[in-house]
Ligand binder design. Structure first.
Ligand SMILES: [Fe+2]
Ligand SMILES: [Fe+2]
Length: 223
């Protein structure tokens, strides 16, 4: 999802909104984990479903960064290679952390104790903040500095095509939009392809219910 400005500078609003959603999701999962011991089955299952959607979105986001956005950046700005060495290491560390969390969430979903879940999700939230601070501060501005809108849109379009609009998008689209301001929603969703807008209309209600069941409140961290 991309929007452009009249100057031809790429608009990374959608990219930054995804980052914001990843921060909000991780902190919600960390906070929610502390309420899971003793929670009823509906809440535990909802938490597990939210986790699967969140983990799938992190994986998808890292994949398009590793396969599309970052290689395009390094090709254009050779010195960015050093920055991408760090994002590679961060992505691997987050993958390992998420594997451990996935195993703990499976225990919780079955009703078994998983005292490590609260610690692991807190670690995820902290590391995700550091990782996204780094990308937002040091990596994303390079696209704005070294690409024009058309060039950036070509990279974004290739990345979006590789993701498609499937099962993961049914979580990701309402998840990301739920953490956006009304202005961001109008800008990003207004410029999105029709299937994306239809998907949002079809999934926003069920996503809000899932969030409420998983965390005991309707929406998390709306900007
Ligand atoms: Fe990112
Ligand atoms: Fe990343």
């Amino acid at each position: 999802m991309t929007t452009t400005t009249a100057t031809g500078t790429p608009d990374l609003t959608a990219y930054r909104c995804v980052h914001r959603a990843l921060r909000v999701g991780a902190s919600s999962l960390a906070e929610g984990a502390t309420a899971l011991p003793g929670a009823d089955e509906a809440r535990r299952r909802a938490y597990a479903r939210y986790w699967r959607g969140y983990a799938g979105e992190v994986l998808a986001h890292h994949t398009i960064e590793d396969d599309f956005f970052f290689p395009a950046l390094v090709e254009r700005v050779a010195v960015a290679g050093d920055l991408i060495t760090r994002t590679d290491a961060d992505h691997h560390h987050l993958d390992d952390l998420m594997d451990a969390i996935g195993a703990a969430v499976d225990h919780v979903r079955r009703g078994d104790p998983a005292p490590e879940l609260a610690v692991l999700t807190r670690e995820l939230a902290e590391h995700m903040e550091e990782h996204l601070d780094f990308e937002d501060r040091d990596v994303l501005p390079l696209f704005e500095r070294h690409f024009d809108a058309e060039e950036y849109e070509a990279v974004d379009a290739a990345a979006m095509k590789s993701l498609g609009i499937g099962r993961q998008a049914a979580f990701t689209v309402p998840f990301v939009v739920s953490t956006m301001t009304p202005e961001q929603v109008a800008k990003v969703l207004g410029g999105a392809p029709m299937p994306m807008r239809v998907l949002y209309r079809l999934t926003r209600g069920s996503h809000a219910r899932l969030t409420e069941r998983a965390f005991g409140r309707p929406l998390v961290g709306v900007a």
